[in-house]
Write a new protein. Structure first.
Ligand SMILES: *Cc1c(COP(=O)(O)O)cnc(C)c1O
Length: 495
């Protein structure tokens, strides 16, 4: 299986090469040349397997240059031991909803599902290619990716990791999680700006040939752990198969029955993984793309116009505060029948004028696959409170956006097919907003918030968050967006 670029289909890389490089040299994203197909027997064969073996079976379809033994070690290493449940991705029945809880990992957000895996894939890929250079992982984060990547890569041999996050765009807990990060190969820097400033700055570093030459002299190079890396997207495909298998196992679904899925969306990685699962043959119905007030994707998927020239809002779902959804480029590639020139043109338009649009015919094809809804902060909090009132279940804000979008979808279409709502963070990660939703007084101090939420919900504070209290801050201060390169070079000297 070879990987091609969304902007240049003459590029043909092995999986190991695509994972090590992260992003293609001309700015495109790596895509498997053909999407592997599975049948219902394959899906049914997953039902009695533990999660890590499901992961091995699904990922092997894409990683044909990895040995069976290496892939087994990767999946066991990632999913046995570091999650608080035996099944890292359990489906939780709440009232008439099925919630796919993806936040039982070390950093309490769904990013762990991929970032416990990616460093292991990187190590195996280095071995496959006999590559002895140091891989410096460069991350722009809206909050959750940064911490999950730091946890995944800390002290992994042959790698270093540097994370940039928006100084005022992350929650207090998210900031603490990153500022206190342990490990000898890690660097963390807050940037005066929003997530897009961080992401744009990091993208420029990847395109900087002088910087690449300088790193090459030191036998190292930059790579990405953002969801543009195929090695991050791939582990996310697994949990859709796993959830489907569990719903079959519990009798909730019949084998072959269509399942609608609602996903709280930012960079379009999680929902794109579901799209790939569907293209592989998993019986998925509608993909419901849920957005917060930064509803650039709702607009695109309902009108065919992508326009990032709009106000940027800070919301109570910070991990979805994004105006440029990088992974959408992969979907466009499939939408335009794998025509890299059309993708390149759209991305050029987006870069120059901040806008592109697709034809009515393309929009109709989008709408066969996707529905899209958004809600604001107040509606998000209402959704948390209503579900708590009716079932006692406490969910986080991001998950609530997906529940709200699913409710809007049901009302608008009358589609009563079974549905899965993807739950992407522990409520403790956004404890202040969740307490507000539950109409509780919100303590000033973060750890008091955690305690209070534990009391209200009857849930235990996740160990990774409780431990933050004892750790001292290692990384403070901010830089301006134009000084990101300077900050990187300073940190490279230390990791
Ligand atoms: C990253 C994140 C999202 C958005 O996921 P994408 O793959 O970027 O669309 C949603 N919720 C939480 C809690 C996240 O951390």
């Amino acid at each position: 299986m070879k990987y091609i670029s969304t902007r240049d289909t003459s590029i043909r890389y092995t999986a190991s090469q695509a994972i090590l490089q992260g992003i293609s040299a001309e700015g495109g994203l790596f895509i498997p040349e053909t999407i592997p197909q599975v049948d219902l027997d394959f899906i049914s064969s997953l039902c009695n397997l533990p999660y890590h073996q499901r992961a091995q079976k699904v990922m092997a379809l894409y990683l044909d240059d990895f040995s069976e033994q290496d892939l087994k070690a990767c999946t066991q290493g990632a999913y046995l031991g570091s999650f608080e449940k035996d099944n890292p991705a359990p489906v939780q029945k709440v009232g008439d909803l099925s919630l796919l809880e993806l936040w039982h990992g070390p950093t309490c957000a769904f990013k762990d599902m991929a970032l416990q895996m990616l460093p292991r894939l990187v190590s195996a890929a280095r071995k496959n290619l006999g590559d002895h250079r140091k891989a410096v992982v460069l991350v722009a984060t809206s909050g959750d990716t940064g911490k999950a990547a730091l946890e995944g890569f800390k002290d992994v041999e042959g790698t270093g990791i540097v994370v940039f996050y928006p100084a005022n765009g992350v929650s207090q807990i998210q900031r603490l999680q990153m500022a206190t990060q342990q490990g000898g190969n890690v660097g963390v820097q807050a940037v005066e700006g929003n997530f897009d400033d961080c992401q744009t700055g990091v993208k420029q570093l990847f395109a900087d040939e002088r910087l690449a030459a300088r790193l090459a002299e030191e036998n190292s190079y930059l790579t990405s752990a953002n969801s543009i890396n195929w090695g991050r997207l791939l582990p996310q495909i697994v949990y859709y198969f796993s959830a489907y298998a569990d719903l079959i196992g519990s009798g909730e679904l019949q084998l072959g029955e269509k399942l609608n899925v609602s996903v709280p969306t930012g960079n379009f990685g999680n929902i794109l993984a579901c799209y790939y699962a569907k293209r592989m043959g998993l019986p998925i119905g509608k993909l419901i793309c849920a957005s917060n007030r930064n509803d650039v994707l709702t607009q695109f998927l309902t009108t065919g116009v992508y326009n990032r020239n709009r106000a940027f809002h800070l919301t109570n779902t910070p991990s979805m505060d994004i105006l440029i959804s990088s992974n959408l480029e992969r979907f466009l590639f499939h939408l335009f029948d794998e025509d890299a020139r059309v993708v390149s043109y759209c991305m050029y338009r987006l870069n120059e004028g901040g806008e592109y649009s697709v034809t009515d015919e393309a929009l109709a094809r989008i709408q066969e696959e996707f529905a899209a809804y958004s809600c604001d902060d107040a509606q998000t909090l209402d959704t948390i409170r209503q579900l708590h009132d009716s079932t006692g279940y406490v969910m986080d804000t991001h998950t609530a956006v997906a529940v709200n979008a699913y409710q809007q979808y049901r009302r608008a279409t009358g589609d009563t097919a079974k549905a899965l709502v993807v739950s992407t963070a522990s409520p403790f990660k956004f404890a202040d907003s969740v307490l507000e939703a539950l109409q509780q007084e919100v303590p000033q101090e973060e750890f008091a918030c955690l305690k209070k939420l534990a009391a209200c919900s009857g849930l235990a504070i996740p160990s990774g968050l409780a431990a933050l209290r004892q750790l001292s801050v290692r990384f403070d201060g901010t830089v301006r967006p134009q000084d990101i390169e300077h900050a990187l070079i300073r940190m490279l000297g230390r990791i």
